[in-house]
Design a protein around this ligand. Structure first.
Ligand code: PLP
Length: 393
């Protein structure tokens, strides 16, 4: 097979060459334990502190507000469970949305089993919440608002600064899962009045198994892991020095190239969207304007998402479907259900997520192959025959 077209950057990204080069010494020669007081240890410690400074400046935070974790999932768990622990004497009500990632949803479900009450704000057909509904949902016992910065399936970007205003005015802590947004769109925790923010290295060309949590100064979260004094005693465990260096290098690089990347990737995405929408009985999912630069997501009537993904793969194209039965369930994702898609339409979802390494040629190939794949699948579908005969009546 010829070249692979990787159009699944929302799932993970390739490692940046700079990040790889920056990480290598800490895997080989500079292997000291950052807690050791001799010089190899101090070198590793210095690398972590320099990385902390880079991550902080990428999101407008102070270095001492950044804590390194092992992934976005850990950051989400830490933020939500620790606020619940910290504030449970004040109240047990949390506000979130119906389209959060499982790292948030399953954490909230666990808290519900422990007696917390969660309001899941609904979204409209583009994946947007209503700010009036958010205001109305706040109660005297509300302790946390946790709303993602951008959705991983449909790419809709939430009005984070407005949510931050509402939360701050109400005196409620605001956490955002910025795993899909960090490194891709501008973020500033001060301007956006964010108290807690989760990010993950592998979504912006950093290494997998790395993450960070921003905790605003003054928010005294309980520790996430008990043990040694690493991460100021809040997240014990010998640090993943190379991973931390890789995450920070990749984030710094993404932020410094952000304007250029956004422009390039948005143009590719829009060309892809225009081309794909020419396929009959196809809909774009997610917000038309406020969407992640790289995310193009669709539903195709009378087509199975998984079949599309497999046939794209046979053609060297990597993409994903929100209707994939990853959890062993054949149900379409909660996100596609929340935007109001009928079950049978949600089954035909496809997400193509682009990055700066994609080219015009990649788009040409996708636009050549995908319509052929859809026609082939529809020709085999009894639903398609019914659908077009309905149209003829
Ligand atoms: N939150 C969102 C929005 C995501 O898209 C993901 C990963 O897909 C996560 C959290 C989990 O991040 P990680 O893979 O680093 O655990």
């Amino acid at each position: 097979m010829s070249k692979i077209i990787y159009a699944d950057n929302a799932a993970t990204t390739s490692l940046s060459k700079h990040a790889y080069e920056a990480m290598t010494p800490y895997l080989i020669s500079e292997y000291g334990n950052p807690s050791s007081i001799y010089s190899v240890g101090r070198t590793a410690k210095k690398a972590i502190e320099s990385a902390r400074g880079k991550v902080a400046s990428a999101i407008g935070a102070k270095p001492e507000e950044i804590y390194f974790t092992a992934c976005g999932t850990e950051s989400d768990n830490w933020a939500i469970k620790s606020v619940a622990e910290l504030k449970k004497s004040k109240g047990k009500h949390i506000i979130s949305t119906a389209i959060e990632h499982h790292a948030v949803v399953h954490t909230l479900q666990k808290l519900e089993k422990q007696g917390f009450d969660v309001t899941y704000l609904g979204v409209n057909e583009n994946g947007n919440i209503s700010l009036d509904e958010l205001r109305a949902a706040i109660r005297p016992d509300t302790i946390l608002i946790t709303i993602m910065t951008a959705n991983n399936e449909i790419g809709t970007i939430m009005p984070i600064a407005e949510i931050g205003d509402i939360a701050r005015e109400a005196g409620v802590l605001f956490h955002t899962d910025a795993v899909q947004a960090a490194g891709h769109i501008p973020l500033n925790v001060v301007d956006m009045k964010i108290d807690l923010l989760s990010l993950s290295g592998h979504k912006f060309k950093g290494p997998k198994g790395t993450g960070a949590l921003y905790i605003k100064k003054g928010v005294r979260l309980p520790s996430n892991m008990q043990g040694g004094a690493q991460e100021r005693g809040l997240r014990s465990g010998t640090e993943n020095v190379a991973g931390i260096v890789g995450l920070a290098t990749a984030l710094e690089e993404s932020v410094s190239n952000m304007q250029e990347n956004m422009k390039k990737v948005t143009a590719l995405r829009d060309r892809l969207i225009d081309g794909i929408l020419k396929i009959p009985y196809t809909r774009l999912t997610g917000d038309l304007v406020n969407r992640l630069p790289g995310t193009a997501s669709f539903v195709f009537e009378c087509v199975e998402g998984e079949s599309m993904v497999l046939l794209l793969d046979q053609n060297g194209i990597c993409a994903s479907s929100g209707s994939a039965c990853s959890s062993g369930s054949l149900d379409p994702s909660h996100v596609l259900m929340a935007i109001g898609l009928p079950h049978e339409v949600a089954h035909g979802s496809l997400r193509l997520s682009l990055g700066e390494d994609n080219s015009e040629e990649d788009i040409d190939i996708i636009l050549e192959k995908l319509p052929q794949i859809i026609s082939r699948l529809r020709d085999m579908s009894p639903l398609w025959e019914e659908r077009i005969s309905e149209e003829k009546i």
